[in-house]
Design a protein around this ligand. Structure first.
Ligand code: COA
Length: 256
């Protein structure tokens, strides 16, 4: 598939999606979001791909938000549709069977930060900056930000950021738990690829089950526990389970 706003590339077991609107600070117009969704879905059954990296072109922005120029004249109905369609993109990343990593290489604002928060792991460069500045535009976040920010950093910190539109740096984001690591920008992609190398050594079916169970927690803890019961049970007899337990007994590394 030919994309207009993103670049996709496979490198070993990593699938890298780069938002390619550098002169607009990788602002997310609707087409870009749909392309990201398409790209993520396109590799779900590709057994070679063991991790997806999402990043922005250049060294200034991951994504500086939804494309304001595109939505500024929207009416209520168009706004609601924009939000619903945006949620579907974010849910696609969050529910991906293959782990998704946001390599945050600069501004991660508004819809850009909502995109990063929909990924399973967030790694940032030293110059990264995070925020939900929508209240400056007379809007609340519309791509899940009011929920995922609370999930990741807690209600008090989330409300402060959402209400003040404050922008925080990478160090603060690390302290808040919004990201898990800061690396120099020149090492950002390499670090994320190493993470995928590590994940590649693990059972892909077990990794997918972990993602599913953790996501279910946010429906309800009960639902999370029940999913864990089911998926734990479903693992027995799978080829990954046989390989993993045989490898342990034979004192060798498993090959998944
Ligand atoms: N939507 C559309 N275009 C955007 C954008 C967005 N969210 N963010 C940046 N751009 C565009 C700018 O309009 C500008 O385009 P132009 O050169 O055609 O005028 C270009 O990207 C560069 O941005 P600029 O504002 O000149 O860069 P800066 O370094 O002075 O400021 C920011 C960087 C991130 C502080 C500033 O761009 C900004 O505040 N962006 C909007 C952030 C936001 O509110 N996001 C939430 C949207 S839901």
């Amino acid at each position: 598939m030919k994309y207009n706003n993103i670049i996709t590339k496979q490198e070993n077991n990593a699938f890298i999606i780069t938002i390619n609107r550098e002169n607009k600070l990788n602002a997310l117009n609707i087409e870009t979001l749909q392309e990201i969704k398409h790209a993520v879905l396109s590799v779900q059954n590709n057994k070679e791909i063991r991790g997806i990296i999402l990043t922005g072109k250049g060294n200034k922005a991951f994504a500086a938000g939804a494309d304001i120029a595109e939505f500024k004249d929207f009416n209520d109905e168009q706004g609601t549709k924009m939000s619903i369609d945006g949620h579907s993109v974010m849910n696609t990343l969050e529910n991906s069977k293959i782990p998704t990593i946001a390599a945050v290489n600069g501004f991660s604002l508004g819809g850009g930060n909502e995109l990063a928060m929909s990924c399973h792991i967030r790694i940032a460069s030293e110059n990264a900056k995070f925020g939900q500045p929508e209240v400056n535009l007379g809007l609340p976040p519309g791509y899940g930000g009011t929920q995922r920010l609370v999930q990741l950093i807690g209600k008090g910190r989330a409300l402060e950021l959402l209400i003040t539109a404050d922008i925080i740096n990478a160090q603060q984001a690390l302290e808040y738990g919004l990201i898990t690591k800061i690396v120099p920008i020149e090492n950002l992609l390499e670090y994320c690829k190493e993470l995928i190398n590590k994940i590649t050594e693990k059972s892909p079916s077990a990794v997918a089950k972990v993602i599913e169970c953790v996501n279910k927690h946010f429906e309800s803890t009960q639902s999370g526990f029940e999913t864990e019961n089911k998926e734990f049970g479903n693992s027995f007899g799978t080829s990954d389970f046989i390989e993993g337990t045989n490898a342990f007994n034979e004192k060798r590394k498993p090959k998944f």
